[in-house]
Design a protein around this ligand. Structure first.
Ligand code: SF4
Ligand code: SF4
Length: 278
C-alpha cells in the first residue's frame, strides 16, 4: 500500500517561509472536524524553519531546514496518549485527535523532536497533520509543498519498499534516526546541518604581490592518518566538508613544491583557517 512521505531538499530551501505561512493560513481560525482544531494565531510553528550557519569570515554557508511532525512509524507521542488520542493511519499519517487529546499535555513532552505544540486556550496538543483533510479530499500535495517556489518541499505517496529504495538511491536521510522512531519526513543535502568543515585559502608571494595559490595539494590528517586530500581552486581555497562536529584534533598540511606547511586545528564546529601564506 502506498503511504505519504515528505521529501525536503535542504540545498533548495531559501528560508522564504511560504510553507510556514501557507500552513498558518490553512489552520489559524479554521476547524476541520475529526482532523484538527484551529491553530492559535501566535506561538505555534507547525512547520518550523531551522537555520544553521557554519564558518567564519569569508568562508561561511547557511543551511535552512524545514521541520515538522515526522509522522513517525514508531511514534513516541502515540505511545504516550490515552484513549487512542493519537492514531496512525494506514496511509502513514499520524493524527492527534482534537477532542480525545484534551488535557493530555504529556503528548507534547513525548515528542523527541519538539514538534507538538500546546494550545493553552483549548488545552490540547497540536502538530502538523500532513494536511490530512486535504489529502482525503483528493489533494495530491500539501499546502506547503504547493506553495514552495523552489521545489524544496514535496509530498510523495509511495509503497514503503519503493520509498526505502528511493532514499537509498538519492542519499535521503531522516532526522535523528538513532531514536528509532522511523520518521516519514526525508531530507536531501542534510550534511551542512549536522557536520562541520575545515577550510582556508592558500596564498604565496610572487614578485612582491600576494597571489592565490591554485593547484596546491592539501591533506587532512587525524591521529597520524591522512583522511582526505584536496587541490586548491583558482582562489587558493580548500574545504574539507562532512566532518563530525566535536571530532577533535586534525592537522592540515599544504604540500607545495616549495615545501610543506602544517596547521593544527581542533574541530568543534566548522573552522575557517583564513589565509595560509606559503
Ligand atoms: S514527530 Fe513527534 S509528534 Fe510527530 S509522529 Fe513523531 S513523535 Fe509524534
Ligand atoms: S516554501 Fe520551500 S523554499 Fe520556502 S521555506 Fe518552505 S521549503 Fe524552504
Amino acid at each position: 500500500m502506498s503511504k505519504w512521505n515528505m521529501i525536503i531538499d535542504v540545498a533548495e530551501c531559501t528560508n522564504c517561509h511560504l510553507c510556514t505561512l501557507a500552513t498558518s493560513d490553512e489552520y489559524v481560525g479554521n476547524e476541520f472536524k475529526g482532523y484538527s482544531a484551529p491553530m492559535p494565531k501566535h506561538g505555534h510553528k507547525w512547520i518550523d524553519i531551522l537555520k544553521k550557519e557554519r564558518g567564519q569570515g569569508t568562508m561561511i554557508d547557511i543551511a535552512y531546514v524545514p521541520t515538522m511532525c515526522n509522522h513517525c512509524d514508531d511514534a513516541p507521542c502515540l505511545k504516550s496518549a490515552r484513549d487512542s488520542a493519537v492514531r496512525k493511519r494506514d496511509d502513514g499519517v499520524v493524527l492527534i485527535d482534537p477532542v480525545k487529546s484534551k488535557g493530555q499535555k504529556q503528548i507534547v513532552d513525548a515528542c523527541p523532536y519538539g514538534h507538538v505544540w500546546w494550545n493553552e486556550e483549548l488545552q490540547i496538543p497540536q502538530a502538523w497533520n500532513f494536511d490530512a483533510h486535504l489529502l482525503d479530499a483528493g489533494w495530491k500535495q500539501t499546502r506547503g509543498g504547493q506553495v514552495c517556489p523552489t521545489g524544496a518541499m514535496k509530498a510523495v505517496k509511495l509503497d514503503d519498499a519503493d520509498m526505502a529504495a528511493r532514499a537509498a538511491a538519492e542519499g535521503l536521510e531522516q532526522m535523528k534516526p538513532e531514536l528509532g522512531t522511523k520518521p516519514r519526513v526525508w531530507y536531501r543535502n542534510l550534511a551542512p546541518f549536522k557536520t562541520a568543515f575545515v577550510g582556508g585559502s592558500v596564498a604565496r608571494i610572487v614578485d612582491g604581490l600576494v597571489e592565490c595559490a591554485e593547484g596546491e595539494t592539501v591533506a587532512l590528517s587525524k591521529d597520524g592518518k591522512e583522511v582526505a586530500r584536496l587541490t586548491t581552486d583558482n582562489y587558493g581555497d580548500f574545504k574539507f566538508d562532512g566532518l563530525p562536529e566535536n571530532s577533535g584534533a586534525y592537522v592540515v598540511e599544504i604540500r607545495s613544491a616549495g615545501g610543506a606547511k602544517r596547521v593544527d586545528v581542533v574541530v568543534k564546529d566548522s573552522v575557517s583557517l583564513g589565509e595560509i601564506r606559503l
